[in-house]
Design a protein around this ligand. Structure first.
Ligand code: ARG
Length: 467
């Protein structure tokens, strides 16, 4: 970076016609996006080939020029892919870098490519194609994560663990049921991804600067060639909005929050105090000073990535708020947020999928914890309602006294004697012991979506046909 006062020699070769001087160095620095939008090279070239082909088909440029353009663009694609292409900051962005190179390669025909288009619809196209492809990738990755959870849920449909509210033991549940909660969350994330793909499946190219064009272009043809369902219907909106990027970031943020909650559970479960799971070596690290330690670094980093992703959503929302229609250069700030979030999200999903597949479940520890903390108190209250005809509020009260007694005797509910229980309520019989075990408790919860193994297996089967 210069001192902000020096000037480059010549004006921009793409739009410099009315400019006598080149930009100040600081202007070049703040204006250039090539440092990050070079990521869009493949989309840019694909869009230009579709545009040139359509221009020739419509008789707007000659077939000969079109052939030169397409051939030149193919050459540029391989130059970039093989790392031979020299990107120039003076040429601002990916669009002008490619067009300038095309001019060097094929001469004056290159100047015909930009007929009936503007960088405004060009960037809207490139970025939308990129986001759409990214969403398709996320859809596949979420499907793998869901599959990993379905396998673990099947394996542990009967494994009992404590269910929590306020992170206090609440009622026994099955680990399979807990896994299926995440299947539901990531299933909704995937549905949001699919919906967003459908939303943004409209081609921007042909909106031109903002008003459309007088050339007889065929936007349906370019839309089809680029794999879009149809062209966008309003040229002003097309170059003005970045809600497709915001939608990606919103979906990524929600998904990252889900991943972060899972990460937090893995962190808690893997502590020696909980000991519900054992992390695989592949997703943990040791300590350089404490030899006994195995740290859940991957889970912690997934938890932290959520901060970046959520921050990007807020950043782009803030960039877009208050922008008058149509295009403003502010919108160039859309890309880094999305690129960074996409990379973070992909890493987080991949790491979690690996962890879910690799993690060792310590069923003995889960079961022991499930039985402590009076987790079957609700089962006792329900039994009093069902078998002794008590109103639930009274049953709740009686159960509270039983819990207090057990606490006093430092034992579990199932360890109280029948005499103890009958002293609290005379209608209690020895049949009550049938509902006080954790297995009986989970097996009884057969309501739709409940934790009973039979119900969990039904939900797994439902998801298997949809994954
Ligand atoms: N690099 C620009 C961006 O990302 C491309 C569009 C430039 N359009 C313009 N009217 N200056 O937004």
């Amino acid at each position: 970076m210069g001192d902000g006062t020096s000037e480059t020699k010549s004006s921009n070769q793409m739009w410099g016609g009315r400019f006598a001087q080149g930009p100040a160095a600081i202007m070049e620095e703040i204006n250039a996006s090539i440092g990050f939008d070079k990521k869009l090279f493949a989309q840019d070239i694909r869009g230009s080939i579709a545009h040139a082909t359509m221009l020739a088909h419509q008789g707007i440029i000659s077939a000969d020029d079109k052939d030169k353009i397409v051939h030149g663009l193919d050459t540029i694609l391989s130059e970039i892919e093989s790392g031979q292409f020299e990107f120039s900051r003076r040429l601002e962005d990916i669009h002008m870098n490619i067009e300038a190179r095309l001019a060097t390669l094929i001469g004056p025909a290159a100047g015909r490519l930009h007929t009936a288009r503007s960088r405004n619809d060009q960037v809207a196209l490139d970025f939308r194609l990129w986001v759409k492809e990214e969403l398709q990738k996320c859809e596949g990755m979420l499907t793998s994560l869901i599959a990993a959870f379905l396998d673990r849920a099947e394996e542990h449909a009967e494994t009992v663990m404590p269910g929590f509210t306020h992170l206090q033991t609440a009622q026994p549940v099955t680990f399979g049921h807990h896994c299926m909660a995440y299947v539901e969350m990531f299933g909704r994330d995937r549905a949001r991804v699919r919906h967003a793909i459908e939303h943004m499946d409209e081609s921007p190219i042909g909106a031109a600067a903002l008003a459309g064009t007088g050339f007889p272009i065929d936007r349906h043809m370019t839309a089809k060639a680029l794999g879009f369902r149809e062209p966008t219907r309003n040229s002003i909106d097309t170059v003005s909005d970045r809600d497709f990027a915001l939608e990606f970031l919103s979906i990524a943020s929600i998904c990252a929050v889900h991943l972060s909650r899972l990460a937090e559970e893995i962190v808690i479960w893997s502590t020696p105090q909980f000991g519900f799971v054992r992390l695989s070596d592949a997703f943990s690290t040791g300590s350089s000073i404490m030899p006994q330690k195995k740290n859940p670094d991957a889970a912690e980093l997934v938890r932290a990535k959520t901060g970046r992703i959520n921050g990007s959503l807020i950043a782009l929302l803030t960039v877009m708020k208050g922008l008058p229609l149509a295009y403003s250069k502010d919108m160039q700030e859309d890309k880094e947020q999305v690129f960074d979030s996409a990379e973070s999200l992909e890493l987080a999903i991949a790491a979690m999928t690996g962890m879910v597949r690799d993690i060792t479940i310590r069923a003995d520890r889960m079961k022991a914890a499930a039985g402590s903390g009076y987790s079957t108190a609700t089962d006792l209250a329900d039994w009093l309602v069902r078998e002794a005809g008590l109103p639930f509020r009274d049953a709740h009260h009686v159960t509270g006294r039983a819990v207090a007694l057990a606490e006093q005797k430092a034992c579990e509910l199932a360890e109280l004697s029948l005499a103890d229980l009958q002293a609290i309520h005379p209608d209690i019989t020895d049949k009550v012991f049938g509902v006080l075990t954790v297995e009986a408790s989970v097996a009884s919860r057969t309501s739709f979506g409940g934790t009973a193994p039979s119900e969990v297996r039904k939900q797994i089967a439902w998801w298997r046909t949809r994954n």
